[in-house]
Write a protein that binds this ligand. Structure first.
Ligand code: ADP
Ligand code: MG
Length: 302
């Protein structure tokens, strides 16, 4: 910790704290997530997973990992600092004023790119929510908080261990079925809905009625000035059956998102992902009928 000067606390949770720090040697700003290490060895190894998984990710739409170290009973994860705060704060700041559609589509495309990256590496985030999406002042969106993320090796193991935020938890989890990549897609759908309405798609006064609403999967339509494309995206991502939900690759290969991919990504990443997404677009064009310009196929990648 000697290499960094703590400037302020930017987040606090059950894990410990998130700090804004300045590296002494370079004057560069970073965020450090300070996690209290549990007493038992197995729990400690579990905490370390967050750093291990984040370190594996390298993408403009995933918060960049710098280093991690342990000191004074804490695990410190040093990562890039996102100076625009988190998406939940941003939504609150709107005070009811709806976001323009092009902004929603731009942010959503960036989130899909981030999710596509982790799914390609067989990592499930398992806690996708607006509070875990970080923003920068120059309009970049980054998926953060890999505290619940797991490598997809034994999916059944996730059925009992999942601890997400109830609003974003998909029907299959309430039904005790395994968490899979499409569960992340459901949660991503919740964020898209929040961006369009500034409200959670599923809200209730009790757990029982919240779970019931989620399992029914029906939501109030988006404000009518938003396009059919947005309405359609939300509908597809809230399919009860996970296999009917589009994958991140499929989402990125369609309509406005496909066009935005070219704008969002630096050239080297386009080269990396271009083929995957282009292939998907080709399959999409060849095999499926179109409805109002939208392809209705579903990817089976991952
Ligand atoms: P928790 O496990 O408690 O949810 P997070 O990693 O989500 O921990 O961090 C908590 C909060 O701290 C976030 O919601 C965000 O507001 C802030 N935060 C965390 N990391 C960063 C970062 N790299 N840049 C900016 N803000 C961050
Ligand atoms: Mg968080």
């Amino acid at each position: 910790m000697d290499d960094y000067t703590v400037l302020k606390v930017i987040g606090e949770g059950s894990f410990g704290r998130a700090l804004l720090v300045q590296q002494k040697s370079s004057n560069q700003l970073f965020a450090i997530k300070e996690i209290r290490l549990p007493k038992s060895l197995s729990d400690t190894q579990n905490s370390r997973k967050e750093a291990v998984l984040l370190a594996k990710m390298k993408h403009p739409n995933i918060v960049a990992f710098k280093e991690s170290f342990e000191a004074e009973g804490h695990l410190h994860i040093v990562m890039e600092y996102c100076d625009g705060g988190d998406l939940m704060q941003k939504i609150k700041q709107q005070r009811g004023k709806l976001f323009p559609e092009d902004m929603i589509l731009n942010w959503f495309t960036q989130m899909c790119l981030g999710v596509n990256h982790i799914h390609k590496k067989r990592v499930l985030h398992r806690d996708i929510k607006s509070k875990n999406v970080f923003l920068t002042q120059n309009g970049k969106v980054k998926l953060g908080d890999f505290g619940s993320a797991r490598l997809l090796s034994n999916p059944m193991a996730f059925a009992c261990t999942y601890v997400g935020t109830p609003y974003y938890v998909p029907p299959e989890i309430w039904e005790n079925l395994p968490y899979n990549n499409k569960s992340d897609i459901w949660s991503l759908g919740c964020i898209l809905y929040e961006l369009c309405t500034l409200k959670h798609p599923f809200q209730a006064n009790s757990w029982k009625s919240l779970i019931l609403k989620i399992c029914q999967g029906s939501v109030r339509p988006l404000p009518s000035h938003y396009s059919y494309e947005l309405q359609y995206l939300v509908k597809q991502m809230f399919k009860r059956n996970p296999s009917q939900r589009p994958s991140a690759t499929t989402l990125l290969s369609r309509g406005s998102l496909a066009r935005l991919v070219q704008k969002c990504l630096p050239p080297e990443i386009i080269t990396e992902y271009g083929e995957q997404i282009l292939d998907e677009t080709k399959i999409c064009k060849q095999n499926t009928p179109r409805k109002n310009g939208m392809c209705t196929s579903h990817s089976i990648l991952l």
